[in-house]
Design a binder for this molecule. Structure first.
Ligand SMILES: O=C(O)c1ccccc1N[C@@H]1O[C@H](COP(=O)(O)O)[C@@H](O)[C@H]1O
Length: 211
């Protein structure tokens, strides 16, 4: 199972968490987020990052030019699109050699046929809890609705995953479940990840994955 730790911004914290070898690290470029990297964020912040960890820029309704420029500047292989980005937007971005994780806000009435137009363009979907606003809510959704997803694009489960519910989430049996996206439940403060919590949750996921 893939693991993504999202919402980091401080050099020492990035270095510490990267030592735990998640598959993806996410950096938030949405100014209204309490985890926004800030105007002074620089490539220096992750200069020690091993190359096997994929870097992900997280965007909300940003334009293609800005997403592309930021991904190139910071060497992000992936853009996580967490707003209302259209299939055409994703296609345009993919032409700039940026791999895409498209987030969808899930509630009990979500119609998974919406995802069909994005298949083929996105490397992963990200199923997050529908809330007012765009993400980082710390709230989980009723995972039973995932049974309705019959597409072939792998997805990361997202939304309020923490030590208290990760074991339960690993009972989800879905052929396209590729991993877990972990964020606000593992923080000492917004944008700063708790090393011990991240270590424990990654160990839990990895132990389960080899059983
Ligand atoms: O974390 C944020 O502040 C954020 C803001 C805007 C868009 C996405 C954001 N984070 C993403 O939200 C999900 C769920 O996070 P949580 O576990 O519920 O805190 C995750 O994919 C983050 O990448």
């Amino acid at each position: 199972m893939k693991t993504k730790i999202c919402g980091l911004r401080e050099k020492e914290n990035i270095a510490a968490i990267s030592g735990l070898k998640p598959d993806f690290l996410g950096f938030i470029f949405y100014e209204k987020s309490p985890r926004y990297v800030g105007k002074d964020f620089s490539v220096e912040a992750f200069s020690s990052l091993p190359s096997e960890i994929e870097k992900v820029g997280v965007f909300v309704n940003e334009n293609v030019e800005n997403v592309t420029a930021i991904c190139r500047k910071f060497g992000f292989g992936f853009a996580q699109l967490h707003g209302d980005e259209s299939p055409a937007f994703c296609q345009e971005l993919a032409q700039n050699d940026i791999k895409i994780m498209k987030a969808f806000p899930i509630d009990g009435s979500f119609d998974f046929s919406v995802t069909e137009a994005y298949a083929g363009t996105c490397s992963y979907f990200l199923f997050d809890t529908k809330v007012e606003g765009f993400g980082g809510s710390g709230k989980s959704f009723n995972w039973s609705i995932l049974e309705q997803y019959t597409g072939s694009t792998p997805f990361l489960l997202s939304g309020g995953l923490g030590l208290e519910n990760i074991t339960q989430s690993m009972k989800i049996q879905h052929p396209m479940l590729a991993g877990y996206d972990l964020n606000s439940k593992l923080e000492t403060s917004p944008g700063v990840k708790d090393y011990e919590k991240v270590k424990t949750i990654l160990n839990t996921i990895r132990k389960h994955a080899i059983i």
